[in-house]
Design a binder for this molecule. Structure first.
Ligand code: 3BY
Ligand code: FES
Ligand code: FE
Length: 424
């Protein structure tokens, strides 16, 4: 039977849609959001339906599923997803849900298989999702072709895998081309994950992103990170000093010689790429600011590449340096719970214990992530109070947060109105 389209009458979230649209239409643009956006279960359900099930999401890196049969799994809210490398290197994504009685199909985070076999009654799928075998007698008119895995859109560029759970995803080509261009010097087919972490923060996913979009908190919170990071990343930042601008000009001349892109580029409101210098004399986000991996990435000749910062809303920020890269993925778990996964990438030929020590490599961002977790959790606790009311962002220090909330509010409204035109 065809799935019925929800109307306002039978949508259990109808009232929440209406009040959410109204709060977005009347919000103060440079103020934090009203409380329900950060702690309400219905609003969380709408965030999942209207943002996480409709936007392109960063899922993982192609190097994590290097050969045919390698797979990885992740959950987008209640939706288990499996991403698998098929024949000829193609990357497929599917709902990780068996077409027999709906069991989750792949139960491990990562692995390698010849076929996708359901643990419940062993229905067996090809790596491209076709059902090959349905064990017991399913009757003479049973047609395997009708029970393939449900596909999820997947696109790759510069070693990144993005997925989209919507039937008709928004355009992403321009961003992928831009990403490919910025990552060309890193030869992303030649990287591996040196080490990774997943932490769960007791905070709404938007608080995690808001925290990442400003460095207003860095001075008070991030001693390890500030051994390398500049507090602003844009020469048009109102705080940029003449000394910073001179450093940028000097580094850009070096980067021109290495033929690596550095210009600030935005693709829509949700993607931002820019290479900016670290502190003068510092080449990497390590405790001493020196390379954490002796073998440089890709075709790079100098470790002094600053940081190529890549933002992709709603769920990723990244730092690419000369010797290693750090990629971040944010996945909401509940109204006040978010998983942040961090992966440290190095050249695939770099040898652990010889070229890099994973414990050293991860020190700065392990510390920083934990500090940011505490900040986001305290932010959540205060917001849950009856005393909370939206407060003003600084247009100088927190323009990145304003940009994020603007993007979020716009997409949320557009997507809500698309589903229920009567909300306009
Ligand atoms: O470096 C980052 O990814 C962000 C940007 C500013 C503060 N924060 C740690
Ligand atoms: Fe998968 Fe039965 S639920 S084989
Ligand atoms: Fe921080």
């Amino acid at each position: 039977m065809e799935q019925r389209v929800l109307t306002m009458m039978d949508d259990p979230l109808a009232a929440a849609r209406e009040s959410t649209a109204e709060m977005l239409q009347t919000r103060e643009r440079t103020f934090s959001l009203p409380q329900p956006f950060y702690n309400d279960a219905r609003l969380f359900a709408l965030d999942m339906q209207e943002i996480f099930e409709k936007e392109w999401l960063f899922a993982g890196m192609t190097c994590e599923i290097p050969t045919k049969g390698n797979f990885m799994t992740l959950d987008i809210g209640d939706n288990p997803i499996v991403i698998v490398r098929g024949s000829e290197g193609t990357i497929h994504a599917f709902h990780n849900v068996c077409r027999h009685r709906g069991s989750r199909l792949c139960t491990k985070d990562k692995g390698k298989v010849a076929k996708l076999v359901c643990p419940y009654h062993q229905w067996t799928y090809e790596l491209d999702g076709r059902l090959l075998f349905a064990g017991s007698d399913m009757g003479s008119d049973f047609n395997l072709d009708q029970f393939g895995l449900k596909p999820v859109h997947a696109r790759t560029a510069g070693g990144f895998i993005f997925i989209n759970l919507n039937e008709e995803p928004p355009a992403i080509d321009e961003f992928l081309e831009t990403l490919e261009h910025y990552l060309e010097p890193y030869q992303m087919d030649n990287v591996k994950v040196a080490t990774e972490s997943s932490i769960v923060e007791q905070a709404n996913w938007k608080l995690v992103i808001e925290n990442n979009r400003e460095c207003y908190h860095c001075n008070g919170a991030h001693p390890e990170l500030l051994n390398s990071l500049q507090e602003f990343d844009d020469t048009d930042d109102p705080r940029a000093t003449p000394a910073y601008k001179a450093l940028v000009a000097r580094k850009q001349a070096d980067w021109d010689k290495e033929q690596v892109p550095y210009q600030l580029t935005r693709v829509g409101q949700q993607n931002r790429l820019t290479r900016t210098p670290l502190l003068d004399g510092i080449v990497s986000m390590t405790m001493d600011g020196q390379p954490g991996c002796k073998k440089l990435m890709g075709r790079l000749k100098s470790p002094d590449m600053g940081s190529l910062r890549i933002l992709h809303l709603p769920n990723s920020w990244n730092h690419f340096m000369g010797d290693h890269a750090v990629v971040f993925r944010v996945l909401p778990l509940g109204p006040q719970q978010t998983m942040v996964t961090t992966k440290w990438l190095v050249h695939k030929d770099a040898e652990e214990g010889v070229d890099y020590d994973p414990e050293e490599l991860r020190r700065v961002w392990d510390a920083t992530n934990d500090q940011d977790r505490q900040l986001a959790e305290e932010n959540q606790r205060g917001i849950n109070s009856k005393a909370y009311q939206p407060g003003p962002y600084s247009e100088t220090y927190e323009f990145g947060v304003i940009d994020f909330v603007d993007w979020y509010a716009k997409r949320m409204l557009e997507n809500l109105e698309h589903d229920a035109p009567s909300l306009k």
